[in-house]
Design a protein around this ligand. Sequence first.
Ligand SMILES: Cc1ncc(COP(=O)(O)O)c(C=O)c1O
Length: 418
Amino acid sequence: MAVEVPSTVKPSPAQKSSAAEAPVRTEIESLYDRYVVPTVNRGLTLTHGKGRHVWDDKGRRYLDLGAGVAVSSLGHAHPAIQETLARQAGLLIHSSNYYYNEGQARLAQRIVELTGPGKVFFSNSGAEANEVLIKLARKFGHDSGRYEIITALNSFHGRTMATVSAAGQDKNKHGFEPLLPGFTHVPFNDLAAVEAAITPRTIAVQIEGIQGEGGIFVATPEYLLGLRELTRKHNLLLLWDGVQCGYFRTGRWQSYQRILEGVPGGEDFTPDAIAMAKSLGGGYPMGATWIREPYQNVLGPGSHGTTYGGSPMACAVALAILDVVQREKLADNIRARGDELKRGLEALVGTRGIQGVRGYGGLIGLVVEGEPYPAIAKLAQAGLILIPAANHTVRFLPPLNVTADEIAEALRIVKESL
Ligand SMILES: Cc1ncc(COP(=O)(O)O)c(C=O)c1O
């Protein structure tokens, strides 16, 4: 598979559109120019949001189906999140992991009930949740001298040194060598390549079920079932990055459940550990790593830690979001809305430079001719916010509570603007 992963330091869609409207830098933009490290080109200046809409500093309203890159699971300014933040702020925002806190205990229990027998380590971001996958594998293999992790080309696992080293794409690595050793990269969805890469030092295989930043490439059922068999046979851990593709985004709790629906043996598939973040906290920074039995105590006292991870505030918000998602059956909602969106976009393939559609539910990639940025800029100008990805892909990552009317509005904007 020929793949190309864009650097995030590119003209962003909204920046282009705002540049067209306001060539003179605003005060806020100028302050950024002067005081903020320029690791990314930014776009609009957003001031507030409500539901699936956001407003910029010029009072323009946008339909936000990027959700801050798959984060705003309940959209913006959701009352349950507002109330929880306010209530918890009056009780305990932070304690420390030296103490018990009820929210962390209850959230861990809910995650285990949703995923399978095991335990949870809480952190603050997707990269940190992946770091736990890597440290778990290193610790598990330490005494037998095994430490190599096989990962996929075109993958993305975060921006820390370990996760940049783990990811199978070069752009984010340049200038940061020497990298953390011990990662081997093989083509995604190629079981034979994984098998060929196993050495006596291999300890784990780490993948995204659906490559998000890479352009919404979905793992095949045969690949997943084959990986599970292969990792069992060689006593390797199967590490799953569900940071973007998890949290009901496919209509199921984790994407492997959707990918393997109706596939014989699919219901028994479980990775050995899963990294989660993004939608889990709905915008409040939060990461979590679920670790399956019998590996749940491999990281024992003193082996890993965090000041903020699993704070009373983060866990209260995550529990409130989970309550809304389950009460309002938002997994079913995003599945149905995703189907509508996918059908609508598929009908446009072959027109307007649209070459294909990939993904499920709230994780859909629209493949366009050339770079995704011009398409995203046009859509932003027409009032629809989407997110670029590699391999000519425009990403739809709507909040889980997006409505049928909003999907219809998005499809209308795509039809009229591209
Ligand atoms: C699959 C995947 N893993 C890890 C990360 C890193 O998450 P964070 O930016 O919260 O560190 C991302 C972020 O886009 C991601 O998509």
